[in-house]
Design a binder for this molecule. Structure first.
Ligand SMILES: CC(=O)SCCNC(=O)CCNC(=O)[C@H](O)C(C)(C)COP(=O)(O)OP(=O)(O)OC[C@H]1O[C@@H](n2cnc3c(N)ncnc32)[C@H](O)[C@@H]1OP(=O)(O)O
Ligand SMILES: O=C(O)CCC(=O)C(=O)O
Ligand SMILES: [Zn+2]
Length: 496
């Protein structure tokens, strides 16, 4: 057996019955002895860096290689339906995000409640490397409370779309501009960073927006924010708006994308291409409704764009730990298809994929799981498996078989998997028994717990699937291996 290593190549039966659950079996530290996963070597080093043909060349607007993260799990994330963060949990999350290397941590408004204000003060006192921000309405009352908490900066927001102007705060654009300027000047006078953002930017009038942003830029705001509050924006709309804004203001540009229509990561990416400097994220994307750009999803997107920047700046191996921490606290499961950490994010199943992955993981992977401390798996307990995957498993089990024998053994696994879902143990049992019978001349036992009906079906499938192919393989095996006993047909059709 090869040791489990950081290159993280696992072979895994991955069937429903093997006790797989999120978070444990797909983790980098899963113990191979207890769950049946064993590392294998791929034939080539995974993910040899080659130049990216889609890399923009000389794009002076793009901040793909110098973006910053404003992590808002403790603000937007607290707006998620299930979220309740105690002070201790907030501190744990803030420390974990700091370890991960996010640039900013945004906290709930201290005006939301007395405990929110106390928690904000407590987190400011932790002395984290990340800058601490709090997020308030565009009023002097809120701003006065915010600056007293000890934060490094204040994120101010007010809705600019007609929906919000009419139905939320009821203020017109002139009022908004004057209120913004007053708040910005005040926060700056306290020596703090100040960001001004328009809520619902993509349903706001473009001239209104640019006029407002230009005015706040002139009074020295550090960042302006664009928010797709309802998740309506398309990547093209984002590119156009950010690029236009880039030509109007000289300050930094932060962007905030909701995921109602599934564009939150793509929109963050194009925003950076168009000149945005900061992206808002939350862990697993939690937030109002179905949330915002997820931290892990953004990392997945960005590591493909600029691996060096992302791997040097962020402690990517902490991602899973942070996601588990947040998921536990808000009582959700990490979705199976979650970026990077979803339980099948690096599991390759179909035989064609498995073969190529075992030769070189770059064939079917754009992200190296090892960068995130995750494990790659090759699924071999299914009817879609192929002999290359089984060969890899045979080697893991320390068994010796010729290719021809492995091909026959593969037909047995596929036949069984045609009858019912099978688990690693089932596939292993077929492999071991097949191997044993090469020398012991015994029948292959049917799997424990099979019903009479399943036995009959299995035998039928076995006969159909094996047929000519098995006969051919057995002949080859007999030719190639003098020590293989002459092929005797048993009731399961296995050579013994
Ligand atoms: C898109 C976003 O996610 S923005 C961030 C959302 N965050 C929060 O809402 C933080 C949690 N919120 C709270 O705890 C409360 O809503 C508070 C403390 C902010 C305000 O509570 P209340 O005074 O009871 O008002 P309520 O929540 O019912 O309504 C919001 C009020 O803020 C006003 N308002 C809304 N947005 C803004 C804004 N950006 N700037 C100024 N005022 C605003 C509304 O007009 C309304 O004022 P009203 O009292 O005159 O009706
Ligand atoms: O402050 C911001 O930029 C964004 C506020 C927000 O959460 C939103 O508009 O969805
Ligand atoms: Zn939001």
């Amino acid at each position: 057996m090869c040791p489990v290593d950081d290159a993280s190549n696992g072979v895994d039966g991955h069937a429903h019955t093997n006790g797989h659950t999120n978070g444990t079996t797909n983790g980098a530290n899963a113990a191979p002895e207890t769950n049946g996963f064993v590392a294998v070597e791929t034939k080539q080093n995974p993910h040899i860096q080659t130049s990216n043909p889609y890399q923009p060349v000389g794009d002076f607007l793009s901040n793909i290689s110098r973006f910053k993260i404003i992590e808002s799990t403790l603000r937007e994330g607290e707006q998620f339906a299930n979220a309740y963060f105690s002070t201790e949990v907030k501190i744990q999350i803030a420390k974990a995000l700091d370890d991960f290397g996010v640039d900013y941590i945004e906290l709930t408004s201290p005006c939301a409640s007395e405990q929110s204000r106390l928690d904000c003060e407590a987190i400011c006192k932790l002395g984290l490397k990340a800058k601490i921000l709090t997020h308030v309405r565009c009023t002097m009352e809120d701003a006065r409370v915010a600056v007293e908490t000890g934060v490094d900066g204040v994120d101010v927001v007010i809705g600019t779309s007609s929906y919000l102007r009419e139905h939320s705060h009821g203020k017109d654009m002139t009022y908004i501009k004057n209120a913004a300027i007053e708040v910005i000047k005040f926060v700056k006078s306290k020596g703090l960073e100040i960001r001004f953002s328009s809520e619902d930017s993509f349903r706001s009038d473009l001239v209104d927006l640019l006029t407002l942003y230009s005015a706040v830029d002139k009074v020295g705001v550090h960042r302006v924010g664009i928010a797709d509050t309802v998740g309506c924006a398309t990547p093209r709309q984002v590119y156009d708006l950010v690029r236009t804004l880039r030509g109007v203001v000289s300050c930094d540009i932060e962007t905030h994308f909701h995921n109602d229509t599934g564009c939150a990561i793509a929109n963050a990416y194009v925003a950076l291409e168009a000149g945005a400097t900061h992206i808002d994220t939350s862990v697993i994307g939690i937030g109002e409704r179905n949330g915002i750009t997820p931290l892990g999803g953004l990392m997945a997107r960005m590591i493909v764009a600029d691996r060096e920047y992302v791997t040097k700046k962020y402690n990517l191996k902490k991602l899973k730990e942070i996601e588990d921490l947040v998921a536990d606290n808000v009582e959700i499961n990490i979705p199976f298809n979650n970026y990077i950490t979803g339980f099948s994010a690096f599991t390759h199943k179909a035989g064609i994929h498995a073969k190529a992955i075992l030769n070189n993981p770059s064939t079917y992977e754009i992200i190296n799981p090892a960068d995130f401390g995750m494990t790659r798996y090759v699924h071999f307990a299914s009817r879609l498996t192929g002999w290359n995957a089984i060969k890899s498993r045979v080697e893991q089990l320390g068994l010796e078989m010729t290719d021809a024998q492995i091909k026959v053994c593969t037909t047995k696994i596929k036949a069984m998997a045609d009858v019912r879902p099978i688990a690693i143990d089932d596939a292993d049992s077929i492999i071991r028994t097949f191997h044993g019978n090469l020398h012991r001349k015994e029948d292959v036992p049917l799997l424990p717990g099979m019903t009479e009906e399943e036995k009959k079906l299995f035998e039928m499938k076995q006969a159909e699937l094996s047929g000519e192919r098995e006969k051919r393989s057995l002949d080859e095996a007999a030719d190639a291996q003098a020590e293989v006993p002459s092929g005797k047909k048993t009731k399961t059709g296995v050579a013994a």
